[in-house]
Design a protein. Structure first.
Length: 347
């Protein structure tokens, strides 16, 4: 059975500034029809699409610590960045609004040749409704962290106290949100008498995976995490996750050295690149929607779930095992991919 969190890790987490946004614990439940359809392991889902902030998603957990840190430092203005259809940007604006902070967001035009909806619907529409002080665009390929610094300097010169949040909220402070999530998963599994054989999720900016791995390893839970990459090749993704997991481990003052071999990624399902649809992603979105009534997103959870489905079909996971898929949210992005899912009216 899984083991609970060490008291020193819980005390360390409690020492960080934090505000509460997440409607926690998010549900952890079996997907019975999907599991029967695939005929392999029992597949469970962790519903971090239901965190509750501006339609939810995994960034909400990270923002509890990031906005907490910003407020502690007296920030007046949040600056962050992401791709055009960034779930992180949407949740960041909402989180800042909850505490009266202004936001400037930089949207990188990372996906080329997209349908008009990509630039006007989905997260972009919600960014506008939520009311960022400024929404700026940047062409693909720039150093977006350098762009953040430039905007921060501009705001500081104008009398603001800016707080810069990297893409995805993925630094060691943000990753603490998924150390908390690891604790939550362990508690839920123990209460249900559930042995978890594998956790699977989509991995991009690395904060979710780094936090989960650091949390599970700190608890000596023996729960392995597999990140399905949505952008980088395996070696680069693992290196990025490992770096952030080490930083998170150090921030927690966890005992011993972080076990580098705990970081596992699979980059076989990226397809043509970040945000570029794949047939397997489309099939995975349809499969979960039509068996369990749960919507995935086309960029992260859709590709992550496509990877899980393919690995089950290839026999990577066997009958009798319990696999937990962490749904990181973002289904609002489906509205930006109308041409992929519904290219012509169905009536």
């Amino acid at each position: 059975m899984n083991r609970g969190f060490p008291k020193d890790i819980l005390m360390s987490l409690a020492s960080f500034a934090r505000v509460r946004f997440t409607q926690a614990p998010t549900p952890l439940h079996l997907l019975p029809r999907l599991s029967a359809e695939l005929g392999g392991p029992d597949i469970y889902i962790k519903r971090d699409d239901n965190t509750g902030l501006a339609l939810g998603g995994n960034k909400t957990r990270k923002l509890e610590f990031l906005i907490g840190d910003a407020l502690q430092k007296g920030a007046t203005h949040i600056v962050t960045q992401g791709a055009t259809q960034s779930n992180h940007v949407r949740q960041t604006i909402a989180a800042a609004n909850r505490h009266g902070l202004r936001t400037t967001v930089l949207l990188e035009e990372r996906v080329s040749g997209a349908h008009e909806d990509y630039y006007r619907n989905g997260n972009v529409l919600l960014d506008q409704i939520l009311g960022a002080a400024a929404i700026e665009t940047r062409p693909a390929g720039l150093d977006m962290n350098a762009e953040l610094l430039t905007v921060g300097e501009r705001l500081r010169a104008a009398g603001e106290l800016p707080y810069l949040i990297p893409g995805g909220g993925s630094n060691a402070i943000g990753a603490l949100g998924y150390v908390v999530a690891a604790h939550e998963i362990i508690e839920q599994a123990d209460a249900a008498g559930l042995r978890i054989d594998q956790v699977v999720h989509a991995t991009g900016s690395t904060g979710t995976q780094a936090g989960l791995v650091a949390g599970f390893e700190a608890a000596n839970s023996h729960i392995p995490v597999l990140g399905i990459s949505v952008r980088a090749p395996r070696d680069r993704q693992e290196a990025n996750v490992r770096k952030l997991a080490r930083e998170t481990w150090a921030l927690l003052h966890a005992r011993g050295e972080f076990p580098d071999d705990a970081v596992q990624a699979n980059a076989d399902y990226v397809g043509g690149g970040y945000g570029v649809p794949t047939e397997a992603m489309v099939d995975a979105v349809h499969l979960l929607a039509r068996t369990e009534g749960i919507l995935l997103d086309p960029v992260y959870s859709g590709k992550g779930f496509a990877g899980l489905v393919d690995l089950v079909r290839k026999g990577r996971f066997r009958k009798g095992q319990n696999i937990v898929f962490v749904h990181t949210g973002g289904a609002v992005g489906l509205f930006a991919y109308r041409d992929t899912f519904a290219p012509a009216p169905a009536f």
